[in-house]
Design a protein around this ligand. Sequence first.
Ligand code: ATP
Length: 302
Amino acid sequence: MTAITVRAPAKVNVRLSVGPPREDGYHDLVNVFHAVSLFDEVTAEPADRLRIEVRAAPGSPVPVEGVPVDDGNLAARAARLVAGRLGVEPRVALRIRKAIPVAGGMAGGSADAAAALLACARLWDDVGRLDLMALAADLGSDVPFALLGGTAVGLGRGERLTPLPTGGTFHWVFATAHGGLSTPAVYAECDRLREDRHVPPPEASDALAAALASGDAKELGAALHNDLQPAALSLKPELRRTLDAGLELGALGALVSGSGPTCAFLAESGGHAADLAAALAEKGVAAFLLCADGPVPGATVV
Ligand code: ATP
């Protein structure tokens, strides 16, 4: 086999309920992931040693500066993990083409890790010995979902996944920000903001599950919730203007995606999403505006 290309989707968290910090520093979550049609592609090709190349996907405005091209790249860690489990050398070149905003709260690194897991497994594991979901959980809390895709609720750190039924396609606009937010910094800020309060265990939402199942975008818009949003707004107060602008312009709902700083807006239709993106661009409240639909499948060989 010469080269395997896998694409993996971004996610938006349509509900992120965060419990108190655990002894191990993580938080118990009720994390409802929704995969959207912004895809990173990873091509794995035999090489003399592990090599990483990162570029923007053709036509994508997303800047990729600062993405590591060494073992700090999650895709490299995925390749080493697969090689280690199979007892082979990780002699592979990984060409990463990014369309998912970097450090944007849309799990781009996790998507690349999931894509690299699947691509390397296809290169080296012709008998399918590997449990890719278990390897994905070793790599990070968001990686199993990037393999699974669709819409799913994640418990524990977010990695214990159960698919959720969805009754239709939802149309989204994503407003990226100048500069990223570090996920650990946002969790630390969330803990700081809540330190004088009793923090209950994370909760599911029946209204959200019903909205997803029926495919009713208005209901989904009303049910969107992210416990990390106050922390993201505290670290990047200008996001408030972005969220307010989207709501004033008629978004059915708006929230910070995961740990941010990307803001997600729910639209009524693909056409409404395009209009909303154009109107937001005119307001100058985002670095880039991206339209996408969900749910979409997880990591897939192309
Ligand atoms: P999440 O939503 O899972 O919290 P994120 O979308 O906020 O993640 P990522 O784009 O996944 O953030 O990347 C966060 C950091 O991880 C980057 O700043 C970068 O240093 C590092 N990183 C490692 N591998 C990758 C990769 N393949 N793509 C992007 N960033 C990567």
